[in-house]
Design a protein around this ligand. Structure first.
Ligand code: SAM
Length: 269
């Protein structure tokens, strides 16, 4: 991606909603050195840690080139036309007003610069096919589809973000007046199959074990209910589909424990 984006020709990078700078620490080494970096995040606690992370990662870069700032994506505390590359990763999906953040990022990127938005459509991850899917009645799967669709609609309606935003971004950029737009898909899959012994699979297995004894799986029941109902779902839909969901999660965990569960988890994001 760095080659496609010709990052070697860029010497400044702004990461909006930088969190702990995981994303910008990956990109930064591909820029023309010594590159200027600014990370912006709404959360004060991430900003301080992000500064430590980025400076520790690139100890030979003069620290005044590496700044982190507290600020909102819809009111970015950076001058107009000031960065060669402006980017965000999994940030627009959480915003009530993603279009306002896009406008701000376009203001900050210099004319002819590059805007890189890495945002998913997470919806498909809720509907992946696994070694258990064939045993589930079609009615249960259709109900689960409705459950998650209503959940995502409710969440967006509550102003808590749109986790399907990835599919809408190219059009949003076109509507914002951009013409040179490219769309790429991640080719990574979080496949899980016995004996689950790669580092990535071990991490997934370990994550699941945290919730093995939970009556609600990994989910916050009241948050799910609020959004399913907010998306026009009924209590009956919620109760049935939620029970089925937790049941499926538990069967998945049992399958992992005895080494029978598997899935490609190749959902496009
Ligand atoms: C899922 S994290 C992604 C962090 C980072 N981009 C990465 O890929 O590692 C979302 C980040 O967006 C930040 N964020 C959420 N709403 C924001 C806003 N309105 N303005 C700026 N940052 C925001 C959060 O504090 C969090 O650090």
């Amino acid at each position: 991606m760095a080659n496609r984006w010709r990052l070697r020709e860029a010497s400044s990078l702004a990461d909006i909603g930088c969190g702990l700078c995981h994303w910008s620490r990956l990109l930064y080494p591909y820029l023309h050195a010594p590159a200027r970096f600014a990370g912006v995040d709404r959360e004060e606690r991430w900003v301080a840690e992000a500064a430590r992370n980025i400076r520790r990662a690139f100890p030979h870069v003069p620290p005044d080139l590496l700044t982190t700032l507290q600020g909102d994506a819809t009111e970015i505390p950076l001058p107009s036309d000031s960065f060669d590359v402006v980017t965000c990763q999994t940030v627009l999906m959480h915003l009530a007003r993603p279009a306002a953040a896009l406008r701000e990022m376009l203001r900050v990127v210099r004319p002819g610069g590059l805007l890189v938005c890495v945002e998913p459509n997470n919806f498909w991850n809720y509907l992946t096919f696994t070694s258990l899917t064939a045993q589930e009645p079609v009615e249960v799967l259709v109900r689960r589809f409705e459950f998650w669709l209503r959940y995502h609609r409710g969440k967006a309606a509550a102003g808590e973000g749109d986790h399907t935003i990835g599919d809408l971004l190219p059009g949003a950029l076109a509507e914002a007046g951009l013409t040179d737009i490219a769309v790429h898909l991640s080719d990574r899959a979080a496949a899980l199959f016995p004996p689950y012994n790669t580092a990535a699979q071990q991490a997934l297995v370990e994550q699941g074990t945290q919730w093995r004894d939970s009556a609600t799986g990994p989910w916050d029941r009241s948050e799910l209910r609020r959004h399913v109902l907010g998306g026009g779902g009924t209590d009956e839909l919620f109760e049935r589909a939620f029970g089925e969901l937790v049941g499926e999660f538990n069967r998945e965990q049992q399958g992992i424990a005895v080494g029978t569960f598997h899935a490609g988890f190749g959902g496009v994001t």
